[in-house]
Structure formats: structure tokens, C-alpha cells
Design a binder for this molecule. Sequence first.
Ligand code: FES
Length: 168
Amino acid sequence: MGRGLPGCHTLASGRLAAGQLGAFVMRATELQLEPLGLYKAAVSSKEEAWIAVARIDELPDRSSKKFFAVVDGAEEECFLVNYQGRFYAYVNRCCHVPMTLDWVENRFFSADGRYLQCATHGALYLPESGECVAGPPCGKFLQRLPVATADGTVYVAVEQGKRPRQND
Ligand code: FES
């Protein structure tokens, strides 16, 4: 049984085999979820499923991985980041103008590694909350997705029954 990283929501059981990332979707009820706190409140009105987005060991601190998920009925480009050993997932859309944050493909962190930075006008977001702390949309939040880990894998909750395109 793998162990989740500090602060991550740990799934009691996962059944992912190597090579199945992205194609693996299971019902949240089958995962025996531990309490999801704020995350659960955010998705409690929806039927959610969990998709495997990355292996924990493929995302070192301050790295990221993009993926697709269905959010509010629409397929969205999203990204997962590891910040100080914890994982966070957001829709890849700035709160200022609805543009993707990364200018260089899959590069989200500012030069000092402290913030997520929008490439268009430089807005800075806190990786741990998605709150913009500098730039035009200051005070607004990126759209956050629930994250959980199990058996060395990072999962993100998406809307059940609306399968996103195959993630790499
Ligand atoms: S589009 Fe992101 S700061 Fe303007």
C-alpha cells in the first residue's frame, strides 16, 4: 500500500497498474475515500470520478503536468503541480482574461518557484490555494480540482460519466 504525501488526501485503495495512466477511471465510492474536507464541499453536488493523472515519483517539487478533464460540463485543459511535496490541480485558465497560464509548454512556476505565473500579464498565484496575490486579477482564485493520492499515483476528481480525452 502506498502512502500519500503530507497534506494530500489519501485514497485507501487504488488499483492502478503501470502503463494505465490516463485511461484509468474509477468511481469515487470504490476508492473508500477519506474525508475530503474543503474539496468535498466543492464537488458534493456533482457525481465525480477520479482519473489517474501522474505517478507521484514523476513529479518532483515545483514540477507540473497538464491533463484534460471535464469541469462544469466542458472539457478543460488542467494542470497538476507539486509544491513542497503537496499536489494541487487547477483549470488552466487565468482569472484575468480566460487564457492559459503557461507560455512555455507546461511551465507554470515563477522564476523563484514561489508562485504560479500567468505568462500573458504576469499575474502571480499561490500554488497552494490558487489565489492571485499580484497582477490584474488580484484576490481571485484559479478553479481548483480535488486531488487525492493512492499507491504512488495522483488522482484528480472529474465529473462522472463525461470522460475527458485520453491523457498522455
Ligand atoms: S491573462 Fe493572466 S494576467 Fe492577464
